[in-house]
Structure formats: structure tokens, C-alpha cells
Design a protein around this ligand. Structure first.
Ligand code: GLN
Length: 473
């Protein structure tokens, strides 16, 4: 048995009971990162990781109290701050940025003894669904290195799937944890908006962004999310979400959304989806049809709201603060224009232009305001749907991972990847992706969405689902 085959809880237990040391665990995963460098999932291993592991081992030997993640190496996405470490958002513009402080979620993990040992590849500023929009070069799928990892948290998903770390943290704005998790056969959640503090995360669309763990199993995911979550004085949108205290349901009621039926029926893997429905029914789950009338407009709505927020959030990256300054600029205006033109990649520039367009006077009412109204409507519609079911089930993605380069020149095709993931993001509700089948050698994930703060029932459903499909469909 290798360390990569153990769960986070087994690793903690082994380290605490001195079956093995944190030092040996951390060194093992660093070695895995080196061996599988070609995947381009991990872009830096921090040089103080082993030292920190030794410290934990010493504490344990001295009989001192250690936390729930004692000695476990954790990788973080390149847009999450850890004091003194680089956080480049996979952008040429941010390549020299060193975090001046630590994100709350990282502090919470470290307070429980986690060792933040590496940072992972991503789409630049988390914009993308393939991890190809990155300064470090495309991240490759753990199951087929000619295919994309998915994105934007592609590096984190591949790192877990390929055994480079036991758990990695990603961020999900419109699907960036769930989609790459689905593409790589691992478990990824987007929690209820506000569950995890956003302090210390470089988000591009703050109103839908949440950081979350990517793990091999549902149990580990729940374990780590509980540690990361909590209200934070540094983030006024953070909430108290004690999902651990809810009791399990006797019979799970699963909703299938009527408005998505045609879309699902038209998918290449729809047969597998309905096989999963059948198996869940046999396992005692009840299925009901639910209505979310405007769900089909989610994609259009998301691609108005998120670029608008990106435009505003990225205004501070101007070649003066944080970012690399253009060497050719001769005036202040040129510093701004040239630094931003040279620093930001194509996709980021596209979104900034789109965002400025939908926010400009004359178009604001027609696009941005309308999209915000639609977002409010979606929240209401989802709340109504959850009055007749516990969770809503959809595929996580329309298909399995595609070839590297396959959608790079077609942004709309890339945006369509987010069809099933953006509705939950807009409504601020939790959603989890769990692997269940394969198409050839590539994994497929199932998504379960729940009402706000319903993580407990989501995890309960996800565990049942995981156990049913352990051996495939
Ligand atoms: N693919 C989506 C986008 O490009 C989601 C990104 C994310 O969740 N960060 O906006």
C-alpha cells in the first residue's frame, strides 16, 4: 500500500499513531510530483514543506496536541494566498507576485496541522474550462495526457487523481472545481456561497466564487470542507454553515429537472445517466420531476455577470500594483494600457471587453441588470424546486474530457462546457460532482445540487452514490 492509496483520515491516523512519519509522507508526495511533472499539474513545490513535516513529527513525539490534518500535505490552486509564497493566478502578469498574507482557508488548514506543500496549475485568473489558458502551459488529464484536465482548477484535480497529493484546494466560480473533478474521476464540491471565506483568494467573479476541496472520496471531501469553512470577519459575505449537525435522511428524494431533460437525452452518455437513475431507484431513492423554468438561461446569465465582475475585480491589476510593469511604456497611460495588454492573456482580455460592454451606459439595463434579475429568479425557482426534493441530479459535464487544443479557438464551445455547473453557482447553492462511470478510459461525473446550506444531505447522497458505483456502472 502506497501513501497515495490512503485517505486523508488514514494518513492523519497513521502520522498521529506513529505508524509512519509526516516527513516520509511529504517526501513521498514531493517525489510523486517530480515523477509526474509532465502532467503540468503542480507548478511549484514549496521548499519548507519537509521542514514543517519534521516539526509536526517532533510535536507528536513530544506528546503535544496536533490537529485534524496533522502532517498531511495539501496543494493549493495558484490563486490562493499563503504568506511568503508565490501566487501567480497562472498569469504572466502575476508571475512575480508574492503573497503578503495568508488566506483564511489556508490558515484554517494550517491551524489543524496541514502542510501547504505545493501550488497547482489553473486557467489564468480562473477563467476557463480546460486549464489551457495558463502561463505555465496546459495541464494534462490524469487518465490521458492528450486530453485536457478541465478547468479552471485543472491542476488541483489532476494532482489528486494522479496521486500527487491526498487533497488539493480549488476555486469554483461557474464549475471550476466540479468540471475538472468530473474529467479526472475525483470528488469536488462547490459549497453554499459564503461557506468558505474568500479572504486571500484572487477571484474574478466574487459573487459566485467559492474555494473547495478536491479529494478521492466523498468522506474526505466532507472532512476537509468542515475544516475550511466558517464565518470570517475578513469576508462580509461569509456565513455560518454548520452542516455537520444535520441528521441523515431516511429516504432521499432526487429531482430531475424537466427543463434539462432534452439536453440530457441528447448527450452521448445519456444511457449511463439513466442507468444511474435506475440503480439509485433500486437502492431506495425516490425520483420526482421538478421545474426550474429559467435554468436554460443560466449560461447566458453567467457569461454576462461574471465578465462584468471580472472587469471590476481586475481593474486593480494595472502594472503599478501587484503586477509586472511594461518595459516599453513611456507615460502613465502607457503603463496602464501596455502592461495590461502584455500581461493579460487572450481569454482574460476577452472577458474584460465583454464585461465593459455589458456594464456600459446604454447596455447596462439590457444586459447586466437583466442578468441580475434572472439570477434572482433562479434563486427563487431553485428554492421552490427543493420544496419537493432533497437534491437535483444532472451530469456534471456534457461529455468527457476533450483533446488538448480541441476547443481553444472556439470560446462559445468552451463556455457550453459549463451548461450544468453554472446554475448552482448563480443560485449560490451547493453542488457536488462524484465519479460514476467511464466512456472508454475517460471518467464521467454526476452532479448533485442541494438547497442552500444542505451540504449534509448532499454528502449523504454522494456517499450512497459513490458506494453504488464503486465498481463502475
Ligand atoms: N468555466 C467557467 C468560466 O470560465 C468557470 C470558471 C470558474 O469556475 N472559475 O468562467
Amino acid at each position: 500500500m502506497e501513501y497515495k492509496d490512503l485517505t486523508v483520515m488514514q494518513l492523519v491516523d497513521g502520522i498521529k499513531t506513529k505508524k509512519f512519519t509526516s516527513e516520509s509522507v511529504v517526501k513521498y508526495f514531493i517525489e510523486q510530483c517530480k515523477e509526474k511533472q509532465h502532467l503540468n499539474a503542480v507548478i511549484e513545490v514549496f521548499d519548507d514543506a519537509v521542514e514543517k513535516a519534521v516539526e509536526i513529527d517532533k510535536k507528536i513525539s513530544a506528546g503535544e496536541q496536533v490537529g485534524k490534518l496533522a502532517g498531511v500535505p495539501v496543494a493549493i490552486k495558484d490563486n490562493i494566498l499563503c504568506k511568503g509564497k508565490k501566487a501567480g493566478c497562472a498569469s504572466a502578469f502575476m508571475q512575480d507576485f508574492v503573497s503578503p498574507y495568508t488566506a483564511t482557508l489556508v490558515k484554517k488548514l494550517e491551524d489543524e496541522g496541514a502542510i501547504i506543500f505545493a501550488r497547482t496549475n489553473m486557467d489564468e485568473f480562473a477563467m476557463g474550462g480546460s486549464c489551457e489558458n495558463t502561463y505555465y502551459g496546459a495541464c494534462k488529464n490524469a487518465h490521458d495526457d492528450s486530453c485536457v484536465s478541465g478547468g479552471s482548477s485543472g491542476g488541483s484535480a489532476v494532482a489528486v487523481a494522479a496521486g500527487l497529493c491526498p487533497v488539493a484546494i480549488g476555486t469554483d466560480t461557474g464549475g471550476s472545481v466540479r468540471q475538472p473533478s468530473s474529467f479526472n474521476g475525483v470528488v469536488g464540491i462547490k459549497p453554499t456561497y459564503g461557506t468558505v471565506s474568500r479572504y486571500g483568494i484572487v477571484a474574478f467573479a466574487s459573487s459566485t466564487d467559492q474555494a473547495a476541496p478536491i479529494t478521492k472520496t466523498v468522506e474526505e471531501n466532507e472532512y476537509v470542507l468542515q475544516i475550511m469553512s466558517g464565518q470570517d470577519v475578513h469576508d462580509s459575505t461569509s456565513i455560518k454553515n454548520d452542516f455537520a449537525v444535520d441528521s441523515p435522511k431516511q429516504k432521499i428524494k432526487i429531482g430531475l429537472c424537466r427543463q434539462l431533460k432534452d439536453k440530457i437525452d441528447g448527450l452521448k452518455n445519456s444511457e449511463k445517466f439513466y442507468l444511474a437513475v435506475k440503480k439509485l431507484k433500486e437502492a431506495g431513492c425516490e425520483f420526482v420531476e421538478v421545474e426550474v423554468p429559467h435554468i436554460e438561461n443560466s449560461l447566458a446569465c453567467y457569461y454576462v455577470i461574471s465578465p462584468a465582475e471580472a472587469t471590476s475585480n481586475l481593474a486593480r491589476f494595472d502594472g503599478v500594483k501587484y503586477t509586472t510593469r511594461s518595459k516599453t511604456a513611456k507615460s502613465l497611460e502607457e503603463v496602464y494600457v501596455e502592461s495590461r495588454s502584455q500581461g493579460f492573456g487572450k481569454e482574460v482580455q476577452r472577458r474584460i471587453m465583454l464585461g465593459n460592454f455589458v456594464l456600459s451606459s446604454g447596455y447596462f439595463d439590457a444586459y447586466y441588470k437583466k442578468a441580475k434579475r434572472l439570477q434572482d429568479l433562479l434563486k427563487i425557482e431553485f428554492a421552490t424546486a427543493f420544496s419537493s426534493c432533497d437534491v437535483i441530479m444532472t451530469p456534471t459535464t456534457p461529455d468527457v474530457a476533450f483533446k488538448i487544443g480541441g476547443k481553444l479557438n472556439d470560446p462559445v464551445a468552451m463556455y457550453l462546457e459549463d451548461l450544468f455547473t453554472v446554475p448552482a453557482s448563480l443560485a449560490g447553492i451547493p453542488a457536488i460532482s462524484v465519479p460514476y462511470a467511464k466512456d472508454g478510459h475517460l471518467p464521467l461525473g454526476m452532479q448533485f445540487m442541494g438547497a442552500q446550506k444542505s451540504e449534509k444531505i448532499l454528502y449523504q447522497t454522494a456517499k450512497l452514490f459513490q458506494d453504488l458505483f464503486k465498481g463502475g456502472i
